[in-house]
Design a protein around this ligand. Structure first.
Ligand code: NAP
Ligand code: F7E
Length: 339
């Protein structure tokens, strides 16, 4: 029997990798895209038109649409990856973020409960739930939550309503609490991709310098391809549960900058402090990195470091790509575009 999956956010970074994984496993995949005035299917170009891949219009803000999608596709597995996913931008559009990233999840779960209660449901939860306060690291499934942004608060609601539909109605609903995961398909407004794209543009003479916010924030960065494998594993277990997926390693934004420039043959030396800090090309003395107050957030998550022991033990999940390999893959992909 061919399994059917319904994937929201299929045009996003994770959605595109997950759709590929599920197609490879022989699933019939129904992806949900929002209506845009321009074409936004760049990340799924390679699977558009593939046998067993279907695209539907939809939006997390439209409960009728969600119920219709579940009715029409009759999925065995649902992956809810759609969200306003940018933490910094969530301070600018807090209500919209709550509506889509938070309330959108209950609209979807209610559609599942009423239309196809035996479907398995994966919710894209996040390490932003922890917020790093109080400072507890590494963070695991039992670490208390303390979100530090409208995005984190919206995801907190989504997390608990997923748990609630599991406990109240017996729905096979699971949270994947995923730490940062990146790839050449990462949106250009997230820090890793912003850095690797800037390295490629600076090397090819198309950009002068890179302006960043908090260089001292620490993140547990993995490769998105490894994490979508974990999402799938979470829904294959005999019973529904919540899992942290992380690398167990943390690095500062500053370290990511250094590693990315090093990949392109440039050694960065830092001078100054706070807003006056600058990153110089050690050879030429040219300023390649500076700090701009506009990229700081009203509240920051200083340290994320995940403990994936439960997922490793119960799901057999392992991250494969190391931090150094991730930086290498991302810089190489961006360099290829410009050189
Ligand atoms: P992403 O690249 O920003 O993709 C988000 C997807 O959601 C896009 O396809 C976007 O569509 C879609 N979307 C946004 N608003 C929507 C709406 N109102 N209705 C329907 N679709 C909507 O994010 P990602 O990195 O792939 O992350 C996937 C999920 O995991 C998100 O829920 C994110 O919050 C969560 N997460 C991500 C990470 C990470 O490090 N990547 C870690 C933990 C959790 P458009 O293409 O039309 O914009
Ligand atoms: O920021 C700092 C920034 O926007 C990482 C989302 O996928 O992962 C992601 O959220 C860090 C923060 O990711 C810039 O202040 C410095 O400390 O790449 P980011 P994020 O906020 O960690 C979680 C797990 C998710 O769930 C989210 O959906 O980098 N930083 N300078 C900067 N960040 C950005 N974006 N731009 C800068 O110029």
């Amino acid at each position: 029997m061919t399994k059917r999956a319904l994937v929201t956010g299929v045009t996003g970074q994770d959605g595109s990798y997950l759709a590929e994984l599920l197609l490879d496993k022989g699933y019939e995949v129904h992806g949900v895209q929002r209506r845009h005035s321009t074409i936004c299917t760049e990340r799924i170009e390679n699977i558009l038109g593939a046998k067993n891949f279907y695209l539907h219009y939809g939006d997390l803000s439209d409960s009728c649409n969600l119920a219709n999608l579940v009715r029409e596709t009759q999925p065995d597995e649902i992956y809810n990856l759609a969200a306003q996913s940018h933490v910094g931008i969530s301070f600018e559009v807090p209500e919209y973020t709550a509506e889509v990233t938070g309330v959108g999840t209950i609209k979807f779960l209610e559609a599942v409960r009423q239309v196809k209660p035996d479907a398995k449901f994966y919710q894209a939860s996040t390490s932003e739930l922890f917020g790093g306060i109080p400072e507890t690291a590494p963070q695991s499934e039992t670490t208390p939550f303390h979100p530090r942004s409208p995005y984190g608060a919206a995801k907190l609601y989504a997390y608990w309503i997923t748990v609630n539909y599991r406990e109240a109605y017996g729905i096979f609903a699971c949270n994947g609490i995923l730490f940062n995961h990146e790839s050449p398909r990462r949106g250009v407004e997230f820090v890793t991709r912003k850095i690797t794209l800037a390295v490629a543009k600076i090397i090819s003479g198309k950009q002068e310098k890179l302006s960043l916010g908090n260089l001292n924030a620490k993140r547990d960065w993995g490769f998105a391809g490894d994490y979508v494998q974990g999402m799938w594993l979470i829904l294959q277990r005999g019973k529904p549960d919540d899992y942290v997926l992380a690398t167990g390693e943390t690095h500062t934004v500053r370290e990511f900058v250094e590693a990315a420039f090093r990949e392109a043959g440039i050694e960065i030396k830092w001078r100054g402090a706070g807003l006056d800090e600058k990153g110089f090309d050690a050879k030429t003395g040219k300023v390649l990195v500076d700090v701009d107050a506009k990229y700081f957030r009203p509240a920051e998550v200083d340290l994320l470091l995940g403990d994936p022991a439960k997922a490793e033990r119960e799901l057999g999940w392992r991250r494969r790509v190391t931090f150094a390999e991730l930086v290498k893959i991302m810089v190489a992909a961006d360099l290829e575009k410009f050189i």
